[in-house]
Every structure is written in structure tokens, then in C-alpha cells.
Design a protein around this ligand. Structure first.
Ligand code: ADP
Ligand code: MG
Length: 441
């Protein structure tokens, strides 16, 4: 009994400290909107960087022709081709191929990596090309989704600030990744033109906008989190260049670093990389403080990032009467055996507390964008669609449902009628090709 009381105390404390009442979320949304403004005001004005993407024309759905996309962001890269048939036919055909990057290339030289990518792209283009000739003299347009931090000065160039994830290729840092790719393509005799360099959030926005002109933002909840949205070019004081004809500019927010007095770094609370890890830490505390798992070997429980977000998702969605899946995961992953139903229920509650906080803060971020755009109002509001992608949003059903319902709670009944959240599948792939199409118009 002593043990259970002690365990219940740990959970109660977690519940209390992870609470996200609507009043807090409203403060977070307002702070996000405020940081957005500050980041647009001047370079370095906010931890939310609000980078210009230089994408000033989003796809309209009327584009025609063949366009290519290249998506590099993790352990795989994807090459893809879309045949756009204009406003009636839209995507007539699309083909893609995923290629895994040999690990030794992730820490080799820049020319080796880009040589490999250009080689694979060349093969794909050659195979796909048979029978589909480009009009004479017209270069193939390629959009490049590169989900690493880059500093851009134009839509089709950007210097690599640093590698993240599994990559570390020193001689590429500080170089223009588009120039590197272009050089590698020339070496392969591949006659393509890189029309745009974007990231996955911008791609998600573009991919969804192609089908629906009311899409105002693209948001990623995957391993990390980020958002991109369409801003009025004349509302960006820090921009010194000439304003584009369209009057619009897509802003790559880099909102993962958002931080306010109400909460620590946003990305750590809301993205797939961390949710499993948070739960692991709570379970370790539970084990050490209450001894509720018995005298187990804590070594797995002490291993950082050993419990992954898909594991907590599987436990959280366990609908078997005796929570068999929870028992299984605890056993297989953490070597916690002989759990009672009460303990399993406690573990599910911990997952629920952590995922619910994440989803509610995610909704607050989205509400912040709507607030900045003045689209969080009530009656006669324009329709606004938020396109969301990423493995966490796609696969963690309770996260997604909670995000959507919380957004409704924050906007209120009236404003909710004009706001929709849409799952935008595969923006990072097709979005690049669509931006290549819209930019080369
Ligand atoms: P990335 O953000 O690296 O481009 P994805 O958008 O595919 O990748 O998201 C992958 C992330 O999604 C994983 O790191 C994981 O946290 C989360 N994820 C994947 N599958 C699931 C799942 N079944 N349940 C919950 N989260 C998942
Ligand atoms: Mg991705």
C-alpha cells in the first residue's frame, strides 16, 4: 500500500505540473504571435527565427508540365517526378523512389554525398524519361527539400549552417548546397535546373495550397516540429530587398526554439523525438521513488532515448481489457515484468499526460499563427486551412485528436467554423516539385 501511495504521488505531481489549462494556452498562443512579430521586425529579434524562404509564389493548381523533386532530410532521400495537368486534371501522374544513403557517405565529403545523390537522381530520370520527352531546349525544373538549417539569400540558394541528425560532413558547412548539387549534376551530365530550395514545412504548405487556396500554413509534427506560413511582404520590416510582385512571402518560422515564460523550449514538449524520452524519465522516477516495479534491473530504464514515441503511442492506444500491449512493451523494451493491471493503467495515464500536454501546446502554436494572421476572430472570418504533416501527427491518433479539439476550444465555436486542420501527406516530396513549378512560371 505504501508503494502505491508513493507511486500515486509521482503521477499526481506530474499531472499537476503538466497541466495546460486554456488560460495558459491562450498566453502561449499570444506569446507565439508576439514572437512572430518580433522575429519579423529585425534579424535576431526573437528565438523564433522567422526566416524568409524567398518563396513568393505558391502553387495555384493551374501549373502544367513535368517537374521533379528531391527530398533529403533523414536516412533516406527521395526522388520524385510529377506530371501536372493544369486546373482540371491536377496531378496526372507522379512517381517516386526512396533511396537509403550509405552510412559512410553521411560523414564523408560533400562531393561524395552530392555525387551519390546526383547519380541516383540521374538513374531515376533516365528510367522514367523513356517516352516522356521534355519540350526542346527546356531544362528540367527541380525542387530541393533539404531539412537542415540553411541561410538563404534567394529561393534557389542557401548556405548550410550545420548538419543535424546523423550527418556530419565538415566541408559542406558554409557552402551553398544548391551549388554543390548543381556541380554534382553537371558532373553526371544531368541537365536540370534547381528552381527552389525549401524545407519540409514550406513543402507541406505548398503541397496543400496546390489543392486548396485557403491553406495558410504548413506545420510539421514529426521527429521535430516546425511551421511555415504566408505573410504579407510589407509586414516584414527586417526585409531589405525588393518586394515581390505577388506581395507575399512564405516565412519559415523555425518555431522549435520558441520559448516563453510560460514554458521551456517548445520542440522538447511537442515533438516525436522527445515524448518517449519524457515518459521514460517519469517511469524511472516512479521506479526509484516508489519501487512499484519491484526489484528490477533499471539499466534499460536508465538508457536515454531507449523508450521511443511509437512505443508510448502503442501503449496509449492499447484497448485490450487487460492492457496486454502495455505489459508487452514494458517487458520487451524496459525489462519491467509482472505488472499488475493497476500499474499498467498508471503507465497509460503517464503517456496520456505527456501526449496531451504536447498536443495542447501544439494547438496553441497553431492558434498563435492564426492570431498573427488575424484569422482567429469570429463572425465572417475567412476560411483558413492549416496543413499538418509528420509522423507524430499522422500515427499518434490521440495526439492528433487532442490537437484538433484543443484548437476548437481555443478558437471558440464561432471562429472554429472557419478554421480547418488537414493532414497533408508527403508535402516534403511533392511540395518541392510544386514549388519548382510555381517559381518557374
Ligand atoms: P521526420 O520528422 O524525421 O521527417 P517523420 O515525419 O516521418 O520524420 O516522423 C517520424 C517521427 O514520428 C518519429 O521520430 C516518431 O517520433 C514519430 N512516429 C513515427 N511513428 C509513430 C507512431 N506509430 N506513433 C507515434 N509517433 C510516431
Ligand atoms: Mg519529414
Amino acid at each position: 500500500v505504501e508503494v502505491e501511495v508513493e507511486a500515486e504521488k509521482v503521477v499526481a505531481e506530474l499531472r499537476e505540473r503538466c497541466a495546460t489549462p486554456a488560460s495558459l494556452l491562450r498566453d502561449v498562443a499570444a506569446a507565439m504571435a508576439g514572437e512572430m512579430g518580433a522575429g519579423l521586425e529585425k534579424e535576431g529579434g526573437s528565438r523564433v527565427k522567422m526566416l524568409l524562404s524567398y518563396v513568393d509564389k505558391l502553387p495555384t493548381g493551374r501549373e502544367e508540365g513535368l517537374f521533379y523533386g528531391l527530398d533529403l532530410g533523414g536516412t533516406n532521400f527521395r526522388v520524385l517526378k510529377v506530371h501536372l495537368g493544369g486546373s482540371k486534371k491536377h496531378v496526372v501522374n507522379s512517381e517516386s523512389r526512396e533511396v537509403s544513403i550509405p552510412p559512410h557517405l553521411m560523414s564523408g565529403t560533400s562531393s561524395e554525398l552530392f555525387g551519390f545523390i546526383a547519380g541516383e537522381l540521374g538513374k531515376f530520370v533516365a528510367e522514367e524519361e523513356e517516352g516522356t520527352d521534355m519540350p526542346n531546349g527546356k531544362k528540367k525544373e527541380l525542387g530541393f527539400t533539404f531539412s537542415f538549417p540553411v541561410r538563404q539569400r534567394s529561393v534557389a540558394s542557401g548556405t548550410l549552417v550545420k548538419w543535424t541528425k546523423a550527418f556530419s560532413i565538415d566541408d559542406a558547412v558554409g557552402e551553398d548546397v544548391v551549388a554543390e548539387l548543381q556541380t554534382a549534376m553537371v558532373k553526371q551530365g544531368l541537365d536540370m535546373h534547381v528552381a527552389a530550395l525549401i524545407n519540409d514545412a514550406v513543402g507541406t504548405l505548398a503541397g496543400a495550397r496546390y489543392y486548396d487556396e485557403d491553406v495558410v500554413a504548413g506545420v510539421i509534427f514529426g521527429t521535430g516540429t516546425n511551421a511555415a506560413y504566408v505573410e504579407k511582404a510589407n509586414a516584414i520590416p527586417k526585409w531589405e530587398g525588393e518586394l515581390p510582385n505577388s506581395g507575399d512571402m512564405v516565412i519559415n518560422m523555425e518555431w522549435g526554439n520558441f520559448y516563453s515564460s510560460h514554458l521551456p523550449i517548445y520542440e522538447k514538449l511537442t515533438s516525436g523525438m522527445y515524448l518517449g524520452e519524457i515518459v521514460r524519465r517519469v517511469l524511472l522516477k516512479l521506479s526509484l521513488q516508489s519501487g512499484i516495479f519491484g526489484s528490477i534491473d533499471n539499466s534499460k530504464l536508465k538508457t536515454r532515448f531507449h523508450l521511443r514515441t511509437p512505443h508510448i503511442s502503442a501503449m496509449h492506444h492499447d484497448e485490450t481489457p487487460d492492457l496486454k500491449i502495455v505489459a508487452e512493451k514494458l517487458h520487451q523494451i524496459l525489462e519491467i515484468t509482472h505488472t499488475s493491471l493497476e500499474i499498467r493503467k498508471m503507465v497509460v495515464e503517464i503517456c496520456d499526460i505527456v501526449a496531451r500536454r504536447a498536443a495542447r501546446l501544439a494547438a496553441a502554436g497553431v492558434a498563435g499563427i492564426l492570431m498573427k494572421l488575424g484569422r482567429n476572430g469570429g463572425i465572417n472570418n475567412q476560411r483558413s486551412v492549416i496543413a499538418i504533416d509528420g509522423g507524430l501527427f499522422e500515427h499518434y491518433t490521440k495526439f492528433r485528436e487532442c490537437l484538433e479539439s484543443t484548437l476548437g476550444e481555443l478558437l471558440g465555436e464561432e471562429a472554429s467554423k472557419s478554421v480547418a486542420v488537414k493532414h497533408a501527406n508527403d508535402g516534403s516530396g511533392i511540395g518541392a516539385a510544386l514549388i519548382a513549378a510555381s517559381q518557374s512560371r
